[in-house]
Ligand binder design. Sequence first.
Ligand SMILES: [Zn+2]
Length: 461
Amino acid sequence: MSKSGPSGGSPTDQLDAMFQGATLGPKLVEISSRSITPLPRTFPNPSHDAYPPPNPATNPLFTTLPLLRDLLETKTSMDQDNVANPCVKIHSDPLNSLHHLNREAHIEFLESGLGIDEDGEQLSPGFVVLDASRPWILYWCLIGLFCLGADLAPYRERLIETLRPIQNYYTGGFGGGNGQTSHVAVTYAAVLALCTVGGREAFQLIDRIKMWKWLSSLKQVDGGFCVCDGGEEDVRGVYCALTLISLLGLPTELAPDDVTRLKRQSEETQQGKRTGGWGHDPKLVPGNLLDGTAEYLRRCQTFEGGMAVGPGGMEAHGGYAFCALAALSLMGEPEVMLNKYLDLPKLIRWLSARQYAPEGGFSGRTNKLVDGCYSTWVGGCWALVEGALNGPQKDEPDDDDETEEGRDEKTKQTEEEKAGKGRGIVGSLWSRDGLVKYILGCCQAPYGGLRDKPGKCVTPE
Ligand SMILES: [Zn+2]
């Protein structure tokens, strides 16, 4: 994300110039011009004959209980056994029929979350409690369908018409449901859902000028962002705001009213009339949307090495860790940002402790059980950490269209790597095999959808 925007002229002239003729941000134009070919609706479900049999040499790490076990029986140790035992049973079963992705059942499950079923497009009564999370349900179902290769074109119009009334006129942001306050998390979900279905009509729903002014109003004097007007300030606010700024190609200058507001707040902080947040530099006067944000995120790293919801010694958590790492990576290369602002070895130590055996899945916090949703949050952290350790990588040329020069270059690189020169590639620091086993074997429901852990119900999340 680079600083952008014109200089000179009145604030109104500057604003006009910033957005002149631009109804879509550069990223959105790129997305809208991309054509997506859906995969065939029916996907061969491999039978046991057609599918390779489970590997008999399954890693014993996933088929036996850990060697070191707490002999003191407590509620925690019993809960842990109640998850580990069924996982061992599933991982050890050579006839486990759920070792492939049940694509068709998952598509049906996600379609039902969008209110599409044979009984007349009605959502079940269970959705009533999710009324303030409507953009989330839409985003999760649509991105899930996208990942499964389903055709999203039939949902475009319905999505736009569902989101239109929950967009707030004055902020340009979205509420969780009709008549609800604009919130960055549901705005993030709504905008990503619109980008997922794509198309000019979908993007035209987004009001970039209002969105820019609204996000400016959420910027705080210590570098963070609030999630809504008068709401809490935390890493979710930062991550969602930065995603919107980046994806919509918004200027990183602050809206003029907010420059004045933050100046006043900085003065008040220096005079001791207000607190600028945990450990923040009282002399900081944010002049643009990104000022002080990386430092704010640095203060969210805890004594364990993981990332908390905000600065000030709170508990490290997988979801907040993803928000913080992804936000840093939106502001620059992970290799630069994660090394500069975080204690990376300490973070890796904490992340490594998130994957459990024999389950194979990730937990979100110390002394908690594994949960399928952390496959995204903690798994996403690993992708960024590996990016930080390995740096930008050149694409491997296809063997077919490899030129002689390319081949020579590749041989040279490999020789240099062997000699310890150039950049080394850090291999995987976690077990992909374990996570695949957990997701496919322990989390898939036979009728579609993924569950948090064996015995729990399924959710689109
Ligand atoms: Zn969860």
